[in-house]
Design a protein around this ligand. Structure first.
Ligand SMILES: [Zn+2]
Length: 330
């Protein structure tokens, strides 16, 4: 994490706060019901052909080149026009691919709008209006993310039909070659959910991590959607494994977290250490047959709380401990 990155990230956070952004909207899986009118979309270059868009909800990753635009995640539907306007400052090209890291609404809410925008080639008489589109971008996800989006809740699909992935994969992942760059979509089993993907832009040397890695607090392990602490640890190990640092310096492979600021491998290593140590502490207590109440009372996150259990944190130390405990009891 270089000072420049920190300053840009800090400025972004400060602006977002000025824009009266609901804190919940920035959290993994959070949001819904808030007013998006004042949300500003901030664009930051990650590296190579890859950029990060910060607004409300999960970060959006944008890859641009001669063939058009590929996105990872889409935030919330009311932000789609602003997101599209930000993308158009980078490229007038067609929006060809949308990759979803998982099924949560703060990451897939803009799917339908941005898919429709897929056929729009800006320039000439074509406005930025997403209604101009005739046909859409391809939406790619792991099959489990598709299942969660299409699942019925109270007789209604969890996500509108038009927002569902149009291309799913099973197994370890999927590979694309777009804009002169290999894009590796890597399934991370049972981590934040059971349908997580990490997206590696190999030439730009940027990883879009989804909610397996966030810088905003403790990880959210969505047990009801198949998440598990062991998969979070495995996912962080996978990201570290893919990263190549610059010897003796910061930089090298850049990592766009699901929520929070642009990071490098050092940031992921620190986060992995915290997650692994808390996991191991809870594991020891589970082996001693301690109850959840006893484990919580022992405060296994105590030394990390000043950093991660911040005011307004989406996942408190207690909530993280409970999710770890329930993961390990499975
Ligand atoms: Zn999420």
């Amino acid at each position: 994490m270089s000072r420049t990155h920190f300053n840009i990230a800090f400025a972004t956070v400060a602006l977002a706060t000025l824009a009266c952004l609901a804190v919940a909207a920035q959290q993994p899986g959070g949001g819904g019901g808030q007013n998006f009118d004042n949300v500003e979309i901030h664009l930051q270059k990650a590296q190579g052909n890859v950029y990060m868009l910060v607004g409300a909800g999960g970060n959006v990753t944008v890859q641009v080149g001669d063939e058009g635009v590929a996105l990872v995640d889409t935030q919330y539907a009311p932000l789609s026009n602003k997101i599209l306007a930000a993308i158009r400052t980078l490229s007038p090209g067609p929006l060809r691919y949308i990759i979803n890291t998982h099924s949560h609404p703060d990451h897939v809410g803009g799917n339908e709008n941005l898919k429709k925008a897929g056929a729009t080639i800006a320039g000439g008489n074509v406005t930025l209006d997403i209604q101009d589109a005739a046909q859409g971008a391809q939406i790619i996800s792991h099959i489990n993310a598709y299942k969660h989006m299409s699942a019925r809740v109270n007789g209604q699909p969890a996500t509108p039909t038009a927002a569902w992935p149009t291309s799913t994969f099973i197994g370890d992942g999927k590979k694309l070659y777009f804009n002169g760059e290999g894009i590796q979509i890597i399934h991370q089993p049972a981590a934040h959910t059971d349908g997580d993907s990490i997206v590696f832009f190999r030439k730009s040397d940027v990883i879009s991590a989804g909610d397996v890695f966030v810088t905003t607090g403790y990880p959210f392990i969505d047990l009801n959607t198949g998440g598990n602490i062991q998969g979070i640890v495995a996912g962080l190990n996978k990201i570290v494994d893919l990263c190549i640092p610059v010897y003796g310096q910061e930089g090298g492979t850049m990592v766009i977290p699901g929520h929070g600021r642009l990071s490098d491998v050092g940031d992921v290593i620190n986060y992995r250490e915290m997650v692994t140590i808390v996991r191991d502490r809870v594991q020891d207590m589970v082996k001693k047959n301690m109850t959840l109440e006893q484990v919580k009372a022992a405060k296994p996150t105590r030394d990390y709380d000043p950093l991660y259990n911040t005011p307004g944190a989406f996942i408190t130390g207690d909530a993280f401990v409970e999710a770890v405990y329930r993961s390990l009891k499975k």
